[in-house]
Design a protein around this ligand. Structure first.
Ligand SMILES: [Zn+2]
Length: 411
């Protein structure tokens, strides 16, 4: 067992900018930032969306190496995009390395964690909703997510929590409002309760990785500067507060790593891709991935996107086998990509008022990242590479940094 518990808590979509803008309303995160190390200017990997972000945190390498270059990946055999999932990761995760080194690993609702890399695994509450939202019919890849949405606990770590009256099954979160907002927030609270329960249990793991998901949803739905987004991030702050209180009550010395997967920014317009092309594509916010299944159609859409001041991003950010079959474009400032089937207009009002997948390197894409605990000094540092967070988790666990070729620990 590592001397101190390590909790990695992702808060989806909260940028460094958002944290600083609202820091005076986020007492628990503010307290941790004052006591620990605040990491500045931490960029996401390309593209800056949720599943690539989690994959980079887990592996410490970029999408050209870990393979998850979008929330959806192009499947050449089906000629369409499908959900990325944990089996798509091509390199070992820090969870797998930790387990191999004899550490106890728990994943609580963390997307892209693989059950086999943990001793106790509770899948993300949003996984089933994501599958339902994307396709009319399930395919093999959706089945993998369906399995990843379950609980894998062969050594009965959760029995102790159940005996205390904790519910290990997340509440079902519907996709329509207000059920999504209320039950999603409850599911996030369940994540925090389970993290606290495991952290305070007699068989506490060495590493617990988890996520709070609702801030991203509130930012998308209500906009970056909306009161609803602020309430959602304040609730996440309060949830972090309850976690800290529980761990303190049980005198569990904990190194906390709190971070986001990408930034967020308001969009004024959306490019309606349905009106532009029939080619398979995945709208990832301000970024789009297009499957190059028809060279003539690809030339037409390339021309149309350039007319709209979109920029084709270099292929080297993609895994080598996707280069050529997939193209990545970035929309100009204030524009996102969406599918609006009931309009023939090329430029429409965005349904996601704020979004991710921002132009690589955009300062609004810098992520919230702070560390606090007995092994963390007080101060501020600048991150030079995203992989440094993963290297830091390995360092805190006292395991070999498998990423030394790519990134050094932050501390
Ligand atoms: Zn996200």
């Amino acid at each position: 067992m590592a001397e101190h518990l390590i909790v990695v808590m992702l808060i989806d979509g909260v940028s460094e900018h958002y944290f600083h803008k609202n820091r005076h309303k986020l007492p628990h995160l503010d307290h941790l930032a004052r006591r620990g190390t605040l990491v500045n200017a931490l960029s996401p990997e390309i593209c800056g969306t949720s599943l690539p972000g989690r994959s980079a945190i887990l592996t410490g390498v970029d999408s050209s190496r870990h393979g998850v270059y979008g929330n959806q990946l192009f499947d050449p055999s089906q000629g369409r995009f499908r959900n990325a999932h944990p089996d798509d990761l091509r390199v070992p995760t820090v969870l797998a390395r930790a387990k191999q080194a004899g550490r106890q690993v728990a994943a609580v609702g963390f997307g892209m964690a693989h059950p086999r890399d943990t001793q106790v695994y509770i899948g993300p509450w949003w996984a089933r909703d994501m599958i339902r939202g994307r396709h009319d019919e399930m395919d093999r890849h959706d089945t993998i997510w369906e399995q990843a949405a379950g609980i894998v606990d062969p050594k009965n770590y959760l029995a102790e929590l159940t005996a205390l009256g904790l519910d290990t099954e997340f509440v079902q979160v519907p996709s329509d409002e207000p059920g999504h907002l209320i039950r999603g927030t409850l599911a996030d609270q369940q994540v925090v309760d389970l993290v606290a329960g495991l952290g305070c249990s007699t068989r506490r793991p060495d590493l617990i990785i988890a996520e709070i998901g609702m801030p991203d949803h509130a930012l998308h739905t209500f906009g970056y500067d909306s009161p609803e987004a602020e309430w959602s991030v304040r609730l996440a702050d309060a949830q972090i507060g309850t976690l800290m209180m529980r761990l303190r009550e049980h005198a569990v010395p904990t190194n906390l790593v709190i971070l986001s997967d990408h930034g967020h920014m308001d969009m004024q317009h959306a490019i309606n891709v349905t009106a532009l092309t029939d080619l398979p594509h995945s709208c990832e916010g301000q970024t789009i991935l297009i499957g190059n299944t028809d060279p003539a159609a690809m030339i037409r859409v390339d021309h149309a996107l350039r007319e709209l001041h979109c920029e084709r991003w270099p292929d080297h950010v993609l895994p080598i086998d996707a280069q050529g079959s997939v193209r990545l474009y970035v929309a100009p400032e204030g524009y996102s990509f969406e599918n609006c089937a009931d309009s023939s207009q090329i430029v429409v009002s965005p349904s996601a008022l704020s979004t991710h997948g921002l132009r690589p390197g955009h300062p609004r894409d810098h992520r919230l990242c702070l560390l606090a605990g007995p092994d963390i000094p007080t101060g501020q540092i600048n991150a030079s590479q995203p992989g440094q967070v993963t290297a830091t988790i390995a360092h805190l666990l006292g395991i070999d940094n498998p990423l030394h070729a790519f990134a050094n620990p932050l501390l």
